[in-house]
Design a binder for this molecule. Structure first.
Ligand code: FES
Length: 142
């Protein structure tokens, strides 16, 4: 049997004890990892995405708002934004300009341009993201 140097043995024992203490719940993980990041640390709750004139009718663009994927579409009714996460199992949806629908490639989920479910397994509509236009700039978020 190979001999373990005393120093390595003590290090191993310390880490094992530490791990067991954390796993056993004696020390909250938050105490080790530090405080949770502030709510706004993923970015501002609202952001500009470009000039209104740059977003053509029939186009789609992808954005990220506070770490969440967002789909922005513009059709004859205007500019709207939704969470890109399908409400079924979370795949990223995309705009299908030919059909005028937002579609999920994973299981055939279909949504209208208001985010309402048209067909497939999604149980609920897409999360709507506020859109506002100020001085020609398009903003998403609150
Ligand atoms: S994840 Fe979109 S339809 Fe299943």
């Amino acid at each position: 049997m190979p001999e373990i140097p005393r120093r390595d043995f003590l290090k191993s024992l310390a880490w094992t004890t530490f791990g067991a203490t954390v796993a056993g719940g004696a020390v909250p993980l938050g105490a080790i990892l530090g405080p949770a990041p502030p709510a706004g640390s993923l970015g501002p709750p609202r952001k500009p995405i470009g000039l209104e004139t740059e977003i053509a009718e029939g186009s789609m663009r992808r954005e990220v708002l506070q770490g969440k994927p967002v789909i922005v579409i513009r059709d004859a009714k205007g500019i709207r934004a939704f969470s890109s996460r399908c409400t079924h199992l979370g795949c990223l949806v995309r705009w299908d300009g030919d059909s005028g629908e937002i579609r999920c490639p994973c299981h055939g989920g279909r949504f209208d341009t208001n985010g309402k479910v048209l067909g497939g397994p999604p149980p609920s509509e897409l999360e709507s993201i506020p859109v506002s236009i100020q001085d020609g700039d398009v903003w998403i978020g609150d």
